[in-house]
Design a protein around this ligand. Structure first.
Ligand SMILES: Cc1cc2nc3c(=O)[nH]c(=O)nc-3n(C[C@H](O)[C@H](O)[C@H](O)COP(=O)(O)O)c2cc1C
Length: 412
């Protein structure tokens, strides 16, 4: 027989246990609050976005090996904490290209952003402004240079340049960006030709998406996206004329496979602000850029969307920082899906990082609110990881805080 003595629950014992919270009436808010990680946002995004647009964002080139390896490299990080430090408050800010940013991350340039969600670049730029981080507008953006500047007047804006076959038009863009108050030019150098985005080919992806029997069937469970798409300004490029071919055709017509270091020097002369070069994938090229006097480089393989089986930027980082980290700022992107990834990159010497898909998943999951949520998730993860590692500032993070499991770390 049980010896437990039982009694009727009393009202004053029950009261503290019963805490009815007011139900959240906005379905969007509920959806976003439930998302605790960027992967959660990705799942919501997938449910709500037509397949062609989702795959265009989520996919990479060829076998998608570059992207998978970059993410795996972060997953294989082992953190080494320091104990018994006062970490009651942490400071995640630092000076990047001459100005303070609140977090060691910015929003990477992405093309066709209004196809993922109609709020597009404006959502990204205003969320970045609110968070105190830079927003980078792409040459292939779907909101004009001036409209982004007007929407986020107090925010820090950088402009990403693809050199076009037509140099005068490229320079006209650069002029507009300078006049509109963009302080940094990010020159992307890893697209001499378009990468082979097989998902886009298989989906028959066009810009803008065409209504075929297949896309209509795919639209039925995703009415919100289509209502937004059909009732807002038609998709057009910030800086380009209208186009109705495939993405790969557009890129191939647009980009110039003859661009060289000499052209970069020419661009450098045209631009009054800071210059960063994105898509650096070898120590030798990093050296050449340091000699060319650029202010920053971004170790990046374009989120795995260009050369497949490219070097993992995180693996390249330590030797680049060691050799030229004193001459310029070394930034990094590709594969970042959490604040822990960012902390690991900073510990290994990345001065700053850019996030592409991590913010686009938020955008597709809930427009501006979704981007806010993505940044909030990353901020929380960065702060908590710093506290658990026993560091209070980004400068206190050092390579000793991060080991990498041997099987994927030939360079460490
Ligand atoms: C949908 C999409 C569009 C992109 N468009 C551009 C672009 O127009 N210009 C550019 O320099 N990089 C572009 N990128 C690359 C990003 O700037 C960044 O290098 C990459 O997304 C980083 O990898 P992550 O997505 O794993 O964070 C694009 C990336 C994605 C996912």
């Amino acid at each position: 027989m049980s010896t437990v003595k039982r009694q009727w629950p009393k009202r004053h014992d029950l009261a503290p246990l019963v805490q009815f919270t007011r139900p959240e009436l906005s379905a969007k808010k509920r959806r976003l609050e439930k998302a605790l990680t960027i992967e959660d946002l990705r799942r919501v995004a997938k449910r709500r976005t037509p397949r062609a647009a989702f795959d265009y964002t989520d996919g990479a080139a060829d076998g998608e090996v570059s992207l998978a390896r970059a993410r795996e490299a972060f997953a294989d990080v082992e953190f080494v904490p320091s104990i018994l430090r006062d970490v009651s408050s942490v400071d995640t800010s630092r000076e990047v290209l001459g100005e303070r940013v609140a977090l060691p991350l910015g929003i990477a340039p992405t093309g066709f952003t209004r196809m993922m969600h109609t709020e597009g670049e404006i959502a990204g730029a205003t969320a970045a402004e609110a968070a105190g981080i830079p927003f980078v507008l792409s040459t292939m953006g779907t909101t004009s240079i001036e409209d982004v500047a007007a929407a986020a007047q107090g925010g820090r804006k950088w402009f990403q340049l693809y050199m076009w076959k037509d140099r005068d038009r490229s320079m006209a863009l650069v002029d507009r960006a300078a006049k509109a108050g963009y302080d940094t030019l990010l020159v992307t150098v890893d697209v001499p030709v378009a990468g082979a985005r097989l998902r886009d080919v298989r989906n028959g992806m066009t810009i803008p998406p065409r209504l075929s029997a297949r896309t209509v069937a795919n639209a039925i469970p995703r009415p919100a996206w289509w209502i937004n798409f059909l009732t807002t300004e038609p998709l057009a490029f910030a800086s380009l004329d209208s186009w109705s071919g495939t993405v790969a055709e557009l890129l191939d017509t647009m980009f110039d496979p003859t661009v060289t270091f000499e052209d970069l020097a020419w661009i450098r002369e045209q631009w009054p602000g800071k210059v960063s070069v994105k898509g650096v994938q070898s120590l030798a090229d990093a050296h050449r850029l340091a000699d060319a006097g650029v202010d920053a480089i971004v170790l990046s393989n374009h989120g795995g969307r260009q050369l497949d089986r490219a070097p993992v930027p995180f693996h390249l980082l330590p030797e680049v920082v060691k050799e030229i980290g004193g001459d310029l700022e070394v930034h990094l992107d590709t594969g970042i899906m959490s604040g822990q990834d960012i902390v690991a990159a900073v510990a290994h010497g990345a001065h700053f990082t850019l996030i592409g898909r991590a913010y686009l998943y938020g955008l597709m999951a809930g427009g501006r609110d979704g981007v806010d949520r993505a940044i909030e998730i990353l901020r929380g993860q960065i702060e908590r990881t710093m506290q658990l590692l026993g560091v209070r500032t980004l400068d206190e993070l050092e390579p000793g805080h991060v080991r990498v499991l041997q099987r994927v770390a030939p360079r460490f």
